[in-house]
Design a protein around this ligand. Structure first.
Ligand code: SF4
Ligand code: SF4
Length: 100
C-alpha cells in the first residue's frame, strides 16, 4: 500500500503505515519531531567546549548544528538522546540528564 506521508500522525493505525524498507517520499525527517520520545537529554556546557567538533559527525541524527565552524546548542527537536556525543567529547562539555 502506498501511504500519503503527509497524513500520517500519532493516531494513524499501523495498517496505514508503509511497509518496512519502502520509501515513498524523501527528505521528510525534518517534518517529524523525533525528540518527543527522547528519554535522556544531552546538556551542552559551552564554557567547557573547545570547538573541536568531534561530537558533530558521530551524531546519528545530525542534531548538533554548526554555524561558521562553531558548534551550537543541540537540536532538541531531533536529538533522540542516544548519548554518543557524550562519549565523543574529550572535554566534558556534554553530560546526559535523565528525562526530556
Ligand atoms: S544524544 Fe545522540 S542524537 Fe542527541 S545529539 Fe547526542 S549523538 Fe545526537
Ligand atoms: S566534542 Fe566537546 S569540545 Fe568538541 S565541539 Fe563537541 S562539545 Fe565542544
Amino acid at each position: 500500500m502506498r501511504t500519503d506521508v503527509s497524513k500520517i500522525n500519532e493516531q494513524s493505525p499501523y495498517q496505514d503505515l508503509t511497509k518496512g524498507l519502502h520509501m515513498y517520499a524523501t527528505a521528510t525527517s525534518k517534518s517529524f519531531n523525533t525528540g518527543e520520545w527522547r528519554t535522556n537529554t544531552p546538556v551542552f556546557y559551552s564554557e567547557k567546549c573547545k570547538q573541536c567538533l568531534l561530537c558533530v559527525p558521530v551524531c546519528p541524527d545530525s542534531s548538533i548544528p554548526v554555524v561558521d565552524c562553531r558548534r551550537q546548542d543541540f537540536d532538541y527537536d531531533h536529538c533522540k538522546g542516544c548519548g554518543i556525543c557524550v562519549k565523543a567529547c574529550p572535554f566534558g562539555a556534554i553530560e546526559m540528564r535523565e528525562g526530556q
